[in-house]
Design a protein around this ligand. Sequence first.
Ligand SMILES: NC(=O)c1ccc[n+]([C@@H]2O[C@H](COP(=O)([O-])OP(=O)(O)OC[C@H]3O[C@@H](n4cnc5c(N)ncnc54)[C@H](OP(=O)(O)O)[C@@H]3O)[C@@H](O)[C@H]2O)c1
Ligand SMILES: *[C@@H]1O[C@H](CO)[C@@H](O)[C@H](O)[C@H]1NC(C)=O
Length: 323
Amino acid sequence: MSAAVVLAAVLGGGVFFIARRIIFRRKALRLMSYPPALMRGKTVIVTGANCGIGKATAAELLKLQARVIMACRDRQRAEDAARDIQNQAGTSQGEIVIKHLDLASLQSVRRFCEEVIREEPRIDVLINNAGLYQCPYSKTEEGFEMQLGVNHLGHFLLTNLLLDLLKQSSPSRVVVVSSKLYKYGSINFEDLNSEQSYNKSFCYSQSKLANLLFTRELARRLDGTEVTVNALTPGIVRTRLGRHVNIPLLIKPLFWLVSWLFFKSPLEGAQTPLYLACSPEVEGVSGKCFANCEEEQLLSKATDDHAAKRLWDLSESMVGLRR
Ligand SMILES: NC(=O)c1ccc[n+]([C@@H]2O[C@H](COP(=O)([O-])OP(=O)(O)OC[C@H]3O[C@@H](n4cnc5c(N)ncnc54)[C@H](OP(=O)(O)O)[C@@H]3O)[C@@H](O)[C@H]2O)c1
Ligand SMILES: *[C@@H]1O[C@H](CO)[C@@H](O)[C@H](O)[C@H]1NC(C)=O
């Protein structure tokens, strides 16, 4: 009797979850129906475009006929991803360009921007997507704590150096990939580089809160121009972001099952960055955060103008934009 109940529950649950996945997929596919040549003639930079959300976003932009600049730190991984994306995109498609960018090196960021400014007549969209999560304590080339350095400071310099080109190309857009985990962070102005103590989850949250404060301050500075900047939180997406998190071997199959059932696919995770990069619905919208292609209400710590300004000024001196 009880065995039958358990069996029925397991089967019923299985059917429910599979149905749920199928419905989720439909929704994602319905969401991404943009006119086929929407991005023709437009150039989009996607950082960290060789896997996960960035790769899925680049693939969709290519199908919409954009010129997609994949800004990646590893040429081989970028080339493999580019081949994949091109094979999926079919015949009518845009163009892919790979450029080297290591956000953990300000010299690399500067070199990347010089190359873009020299070679690209216009940039219509910049998608700050690359990121890393809960890595062991390490430092960027300039000695910044790695998560803050890559997720926030590298993108801070990148965006600032490309701002003139974005303005010349206006109307243009900046899209910032943050995370709901910002909620567990704060900006530790006293020890921004975690030299006194390192908490890897705090540092991730701090960097993702920094993304939101950056978005807010940049939107304020760009007021009156036709360059908009919006952030997003993608939800939980099945990607390689958790590469530094050790899951015990025995739990792995269970984790795999749970992630297959409940996590978004990279394509689903790419819907909101894609929406902010190209939907006419958000034309002229700036300084907001989105989730599932809808505006998301943020905690007050992410809309604190004083903290946003303070972080901006500090970031400027850290990356050497202010002398
Ligand atoms: N997955 C989620 O559930 C989730 C949830 C909330 C927010 N996010 C955010 O979504 C964004 C994309 O993450 P993902 O989930 O797609 O993870 P992912 O699969 O690990 O992709 C991250 C990308 O960032 C690149 N990257 C890392 N360090 C870099 C550096 N120093 N210079 C240049 N590129 C670098 C990686 O390149 P390599 O392959 O060379 O390492 C990779 O292309 C991140 O900003 C993340 O914080 C993800
Ligand atoms: C690390 O930071 C997280 C998130 O801010 C917090 O919940 C946790 O308690 C911290 N851990 C330690 C050991 O302080």
